[in-house]
Design a protein around this ligand. Structure first.
Ligand SMILES: [Zn+2]
Length: 202
């Protein structure tokens, strides 16, 4: 029966689009959008609707919504359970909201929101932790000793993004290139290496 989601993306230059996805749980959708944002920042890609479309096309899997359509004002009548809204700026900042409609209800209650890439990465980490815990419990119930590895890797990715974003100067930067231009990478090697363990830097 699915768990349908409507996602609105607002990019600079008043370009917005609405996307529909049959399975739109935040456990996947928020981390997947965090991955899109991190890839766009890391590779210096355009913060644009076309950039998003190329990214999801390149994935060739239904990780993020690709089906565009009109805004569904009475989204609940269409069975939409999850409602996401992302606003990007030219310099790669992002704000977002996620609202959920209880089964049978006609209203959406806010569940999650943020005003920066860091907030999105943190939200992704939180949802992935919850997903991993759910999967782990299920595995234990079935007496299984494996099957959690992919979820562990997902968590490491989420932590990596968060660690990247907390380096001084990253949050204000449009892209990785812009960030590295801000310090003496070329003469001394990158002065701010990325590490998953902040203590290892001291
Ligand atoms: Zn650098």
């Amino acid at each position: 029966m699915g768990s349908p989601a409507q996602t609105t993306l607002n990019f600079p230059g008043a370009s917005s689009a609405h996307f529909y996805l049959h399975w739109g749980s935040p456990h996947y959708q928020i981390p997947n959008m965090a991955a899109y944002v991190f890839e766009t920042w890391s590779n210096g890609l355009d913060w644009s609707l076309d950039g998003y479309r190329s990214y999801v096309e390149a994935l060739k899997i239904q990780d993020l919504p690709t089906e565009e359509g009109p805004a569904r004002k009475d989204a609940h009548k269409w069975g939409v359970e999850h409602s996401y809204n992302y606003t990007f700026t030219e310099d790669g900042q992002v704000s977002f909201t996620y609202a959920h409609r209880p089964i049978g209800g006609d209203g959406y209650a806010p569940v999650d929101s943020g005003a920066s890439r860091f907030d999105l990465y943190q939200a992704a980490l939180k949802w992935r932790r919850e997903l991993r815990a759910n999967v782990y419990k299920r595995l234990l119930r079935h007496g299984l000793r494996s099957g959690i590895e992919d979820y562990d890797l997902d968590l490491i990715e989420c932590e990596y993004r968060t660690a990247s974003e907390t380096r001084p100067g990253v949050a204000e930067s449009t892209s990785a290139q812009a960030f590295h231009r801000g310090h003496e990478c070329f003469t001394s090697g990158c002065a701010q290496p990325l590490t998953l363990d902040p203590a290892a830097q001291s």
